[in-house]
Write a protein that binds this ligand. Sequence first.
Ligand code: HEC
Length: 156
Amino acid sequence: MPISRRLKQAAVVFVVVFAAAQLVRPERANPATDVSRTIQAHAGTATELVAVLDRACRDCHSNGTVWPRYTQVAPLSWLMAYGVREGRKAVNFSEWAAYPPERQRTLLVESCRDVTAIKMPGPYTLLHPQTRLSAQDVETICAAARQAKGDAAGGP
Ligand code: HEC
């Protein structure tokens, strides 16, 4: 078979599969948020921390996901829906009050560890440069983790 015919066939298959993929639409819902239960409302939460989390972590770790336009298109729509589902499961800053204090401390410590290792927000920064963290942002998160640990130990 001549190469050009194969290419044409491959192109047709690609277009058909791509179009069919669009029919599988993942849920892109944002659950309702009770403001009093968010980390923003949590007593003692420093405002810089809230600002950093809101800018860099909100899309995957809160109920306030801003679904970018490209997430209408499969397979990116599936990837994003998966990231948001797993992200909210791991930590949801909109449901902060649901975690016992011990768990809140652990999540802050893990956040510090993950942003220091550039594991979070990870490759998302390639598509969303505004989620990239400065050294100061990382320090803000780690300071909150240290403070939470200090509070648990009965003062700094
Ligand atoms: C693109 C989506 C996305 C963004 C943005 C994101 N995360 Fe995550 N995060 C995830 C997913 C998915 C998981 C669960 C799976 C895993 O651990 O990789 C997770 C897990 C976590 C965990 C649980 C512990 C762990 O390592 O598994 C913490 C803590 C965390 N993220 C903190 C953050 C912080 C802090 C930010 C912002 C600086 C952030 N994440 C930004 C998707 C994201």
